[in-house]
Structures are given as C-alpha cells and as structure tokens.
Design a binder for this molecule. Structure first.
Ligand code: FES
Length: 104
C-alpha cells in the first residue's frame, strides 16, 4: 500500500506502507522531514501532525476525543483536516492517501 507526504516546499515523498503500520511510523522510517513521532504513537506529543488532503478525509475517519484534545496543542495551526498521523493506520480504505506536512 502507498501513502504520499507533501512537504511545505511542495516536494512529495511517496512510500510503501505495510497494512497496520501508522502513517507516523512509516514517515519516521522513511525519513519524512517534519514528522518526528516523539512519543512513539501514544498521542502525547503531536509531532506527527498532518493535514489530510481533500478527497481522503472521509476515508481517514474522525479523530477520537483524546486525539481532538491533542490536536489543539499542535505547533502549526489546526485545520479541519488536521490529524495525528500516529492514529492513521494503513488499511485498504486509505491506500494511496495523501497528507501534507505542516510548516512550523
Ligand atoms: Fe506523538 Fe503522534 S507520535 S502524538
């Protein structure tokens, strides 16, 4: 399966992502700049913040209440399409997903 990260400068990084792996884990393993994943996916750092591109937001689902609270603590502005990428698990419905890395 595949996911693409669009960097603040417009560059795109497309990576193969195994099912069940979070987009944060895939981004860290693939050295996507701007995705730190400091807490390892326990929703306590918000350094995995991404903007889900239009067309993928329904498939990506909605944040849990706890994720919602953490999204209020991101460095970059929170948008309607903001998600913590540690909570986006690769699965068939998001195969091909495109996310933007916020500028900080
Ligand atoms: Fe820390 Fe996602 S990796 S909140």
């Amino acid at each position: 399966m595949k996911a693409t990260w669009i960097l603040p400068d417009g560059r795109e990084i497309a990576l193969e992502v195994k099912p069940g792996l979070s987009l944060m884990e895939a981004a860290v393993a693939g050295n996507v700049p701007g995705i730190i994943g400091e807490c390892g996916g326990t929703m306590s750092c918000a350094t995995c913040h991404v903007y889900v591109e239009e067309g993928w937001q329904d498939a990506a689902g909605t944040p849990s209440d706890f994720e919602e609270a953490m999204l209020d603590a991101t460095d970059a502005p929170r948008l309607g399409c903001s998600r913590l990428s540690c909570q986006l698990e690769m699965a068939p419905q998001i195969d091909g997903i495109v996310v933007r890395v916020p500028a900080v």
